[in-house]
Design a binder for this molecule. Sequence first.
Ligand SMILES: [Zn+2]
Length: 355
Amino acid sequence: MILPSCGRVAVFDAPNMPFRLVEYPLRPPQAGEVLVRVRMSTICRSDIHSYQGRRPSPCPGLLGHEIVGEIVALGADVSADLCDASLAVGDRITWSEYFVPGRNYFREVLDLPQKSPGVDKYGHMSAETPPHHHGGFAEYCYVRPDSWLLRLPDVLSDAEATPINCGVATMCAVIDAAEIRIGDTVVIQGLGLLGLYGAALAKARGAGRVIGIDRVAARRLLAQRFGVDTAVDPENVPKIERGADVVIEVCGDPAVLVSGLDILRIGGRYVLAGLVSPGARVDFDANLIVRKLITMTGVHNYHPRHLVQARDFVVAQRTHYPFSELVDGIYTLTEVDRAMADAAACRVLRAAIVP
Ligand SMILES: [Zn+2]
């Protein structure tokens, strides 16, 4: 097919400034690269943090890392995805939210590619940095070399597929770290998008009972459709005999650690994934970790295998859980301001940009 000569991206010049559309040239993909036409990009909480200046983000900024795209052109050396499925022009794909600068110690030895020195993330670079198209709020995106690509089956809608490469994959990493066993009682602190996927994943892993905690009544109501057996506000957490086997923090409030440690049983596992901003200080009795033999684990981003798990989980469970309803606001590329405002004010659960 003939490559268009340029594509539009939505950029912001400084935190909280209105978005403007800028045209940047397109070139054929280089070796290891794939050029996609963006079909949908959803606004993640970290996009909002970047836009509001609470997370360092270079300007003029181009946001969006939860993306689904259709292949426009394949660079040399790209013929298959992470699972060896062949790739062709027209295929719909998702890909890791990050890419790494080649082989390195963290990737090869420690098996932590997401922590490679010099790792970059989609929707987290200046739009002035070539090749300019490297975020979701745009018509096109270059999937850079040393990203992990995954072909999407036709059965998935764009709404079901778009959160896979951030929200769902991150929760696959969390559930992995939590080592949930059959019959476990799992408590989830925070019933936003991550908490809802986490509940459904915990059930798929065999959890006997999932208790969700959130201050927002509407979220508690929705949670019951995603595998949460008991949804309560923080003041009404039920007494769990012997304590919870697993507690998962995805609410971003460090103060909940105090109750999390209290809720856990002796030998329980605590996985923290929501405290992504520096300065998450909290005063708690660390003696409890020792005396109760607690295992605490932090999870940030994910391993490429979790991307595969995330896709396969959504494909397998899409008839059990209303994943498509989580994307409840659709906006065009000229409406990014309104999309961002609605997402920041929690008027929608997941806003989606459809260029
Ligand atoms: Zn994200």
